[in-house]
Design a protein around this ligand. Structure first.
Ligand SMILES: [Zn+2]
Ligand SMILES: [Zn+2]
Length: 455
């Protein structure tokens, strides 16, 4: 007989990562929170724990996914460990690395029919693709991390390229995440800095959520916000030691990234970890992809996005807001002109963006006027939230100390792309953010010009 799960009240104060795994919680926010991730093994020689984890969870036939690079870093060694333990395993080393329809095809063609778990050996794209593929095939999956440049490990959504548009799908969280610090410390330094960069983005993303609660009465979870805030403060306190590749600090960074991912699982979407700084990154990734160029790591993009949003906030705070002018801007909104601008800014990805707005209606005038009323009533509260953010200088100093890019020019985003980013990157998602708020106020064009000039 299936045992009935009685959820427990979620902890009042932030706990250790493992305390949040595979446990049902009730919460004052009204939601039940659950993260299905069962095991996190981060530390020295964590790779050696894989056979034990596989046996504990009862898996018999493994399908491992790597590319040529991650095979050398961890795939080969993982296969040796599995073979020595007598565990049946097949490895595919991808030749179609667009992480699109062709990659899905290659995975289907190579999949052993009897496989009962899929294992991603790698990071970002391999992880997302494995999450999507295993979910569609009805198999659970694991991650063996080769670096920790982003927080997507424990997330339940997967971003893959479909019809040239980076598209997110509901998928599943892994059952286990393995981070061997002996492997992580060998990761290129820019990947390490990128992981920290992704954590820095949590400042603006949590601010987005708080503002959305105030303006739109969006659902909000204080416990999860505190959990993520506590985690980033702890990790960033040691950030400077990452430069020396201290394995313990690298393990902590990875744990922080896994925890913010767990927060997304607990909440059921990426609201606790992805806001306007991520929308900038998504937009850049699309643009680089269309241009056939390789973008810098996601976390590096997020750190530059964070700096830009902080600068925009600083420009906004210096303004005397004219809410009547905002109302005029809302009434003057021209859908046809907007669509034309989206075609110019998004190229082949424009139809998907226009279709999304047709559903989301976030630019529609009446809803915008209601938000302007709400902003006028709550402006002091909004300013107080904006004042909690670190200054752009503080974040830039930290990034510079890590030798990581902190300006758009350093990641090959030119002025024209940057202007489109400020004006239109918010259209990649239906989520309310600082960028949408500044647009609602009719100030996005003017303030973004100011920021671009100041760079
Ligand atoms: Zn991220
Ligand atoms: Zn909650």
């Amino acid at each position: 007989m299936k045992r009935k799960v009685i959820p427990m009240k979620i902890y009042d104060t932030p706990h250790k990562l493992n305390d949040y795994l595979d446990t049902h919680f009730t919460c004052d926010c009204g939601k039940e929170h659950y993260a299905s991730l069962k095991t996190v093994s981060i530390g020295k020689d964590a790779l050696e724990t894989i056979p034990q984890i596989v046996n504990d969870l009862g898996f018999k036939s493994l399908y491992l996914i790597s590319d040529a690079i991650t095979y050398d870093i961890a795939g080969k060694r993982t296969m040796e460990i599995l073979e020595a333990a007598g565990i049946k395993a097949k490895m595919v080393t991808l030749t179609h690395t667009g992480f699109d329809e062709a990659t899905v095809g290659e995975l289907v063609i190579n999949m052993p029919l009897d496989c009962d778990v899929v294992i991603a050996v790698g990071t970002g794209s391999i992880n997302d693709m494995t999450r999507f593929f295993s979910h569609r095939m009805g198999r659970p999956f694991f991650t063996v991390a080769t670096a920790a440049p982003m927080d997507g490990f424990a997330s339940s959504i997967a971003a893959i390229n479909v019809n040239n548009l980076k598209t997110t799908y509901d998928a599943q969280t892994p059952v286990a995440i393995i981070g061997d610090t002996e492997i992580l410390k060998g990761a290129p330094y820019r990947m390490i800095a990128a992981g920290l960069g992704d954590l820095l983005g949590k400042y603006t993303c949590l601010c987005d959520w708080k503002i959305a609660k105030l303006i739109n009465d969006e659902h909000y979870c204080t416990t999860l916000v505190e959990l993520v805030e506590n985690c980033i403060q702890g990790v960033l306190a040691d950030a400077d030691k990452a430069a020396s590749r201290d394995p313990e600090v690298l393990g902590n960074i990875m744990e922080g990234l896994v925890l913010t991912g767990v927060a997304m699982s607990l909440y059921g979407n990426s609201r606790p970890a992805s806001g306007c700084e991520h929308h900038m990154s998504h937009y850049w990734e699309m643009m680089f992809e269309q241009a056939g160029k390789r973008a810098v790591p996601h976390g590096t993009q997020v750190s530059v996005g964070t700096v830009l949003i902080l600068k925009l906030v600083e420009a906004l705070k210096a303004m005397d807001i004219d809410f009547n002018a905002a109302r005029e801007a809302a009434k003057a909104y021209d859908q046809a002109a907007w669509e034309e601008a989206i075609h110019a800014a998004y190229g082949p990805a424009a139809p998907g963006v226009i279709e999304m707005e047709a559903k989301a209606k976030k630019n529609e005038t009446n809803a915008r006027l209601a938000r302007i009323d709400s902003m006028e009533q709550n402006w002091d509260g909004i300013l107080a939230l904006l004042n909690e953010l670190p200054s752009s200088e503080t974040v830039m100093d930290l990034l510079r100390s890590l030798n990581s890019p902190c300006t758009p020019a350093e990641i090959e985003v030119d002025e024209a792309m940057l202007k489109n980013t400020f004006l239109y990157c918010k259209e990649v998602r239906a989520r309310y953010t600082i960028l949408q708020m500044v647009w609602d106020l009719g100030l996005l064009d003017q303030l973004s010009d100011q920021v671009i000039k100041s760079l």
